[in-house]
Design a protein around this ligand. Structure first.
Ligand code: COA
Length: 169
């Protein structure tokens, strides 16, 4: 069964993200690369994103229930000004992956966006996330652009010459 998420399920959704997004979180990649520079673990940053999705569009966050448990979820954001529905988060617990739940959640969310009267659907995916990319392509999404995420500790910036060349390394 797929149903709208309840506000009190926020903790379960964040836990699913903690388990499933380790390899597909930009904040986790930054943490792996530089250490915990900001003092805050990557999952706290993600928790803010999930809370924001729920606050922005509580009717557009859907959970898949299997054995009375949340097996996965998907969030949507409706931007009426630009007639666009976005899918910020999709995640299925590892023990439920490969059983069609991701597809089911995506189909549900895309139908919701269509029913909301939007003209465009958007999803962002990291290039190395081949499974998700394959899923989205199978649904008809087309690649329109590629973005690289760059980061640098402020302490490194302080060691740079004005022209941008580094003293150290
Ligand atoms: C991506 C994710 C949601 C897919 O959920 P799922 O329930 O395993 O997906 P399904 O069983 O419905 O599979 C749907 C399709 O996804 C693709 N896919 C999913 N995982 C895959 C993998 N590891 N390798 C290759 N293709 C994969 C396949 O095209 C598959 O269709 P097929 O079985 O007909 O080939 C899940 O793997 C997940 O939570 N991953 C971690 C979080 C994540 O990457 N989220 C998306 C961020 S953009």
């Amino acid at each position: 069964m797929i149903r709208i998420a309840k506000p009190e399920e926020i903790g379960a959704l964040i836990e699913i993200i903690r388990i499933t997004f380790e390899k597909v979180s930009i904040d986790k990649s930054i943490e792996d690369h530089f250490g915990r520079l900001t003092g805050t673990p990557w999952i706290n940053r993600k928790a803010v994103d999930i809370r924001r999705d729920l606050a922005q569009n509580p009717q557009g966050v859907f959970v898949k229930i299997v054995d009375n448990k949340i097996a996965g979820f998907i969030t949507t954001v409706i931007d009426s000004e630009f007639s666009t529905g976005r899918i910020p988060h999709l995640a299925v617990l590892p023990e439920y992956q490969g059983k069609g739940i991701g597809k089911e959640l995506l189909r549900h969310a895309l139908q919701y966006i269509k029913d909301s009267g939007m003209k465009l659907m958007r999803i962002e995916v990291l290039a190395h996330n081949k499974g998700a990319l394959k899923l989205y392509r199978e649904f008809g999404f087309e690649e329109v652009s590629t973005q690289l995420h760059l980061a640098m500790p402020v302490s490194k910036y302080e060691t740079l010459r004005p022209e941008g060349r580094s003293f150290s390394f």
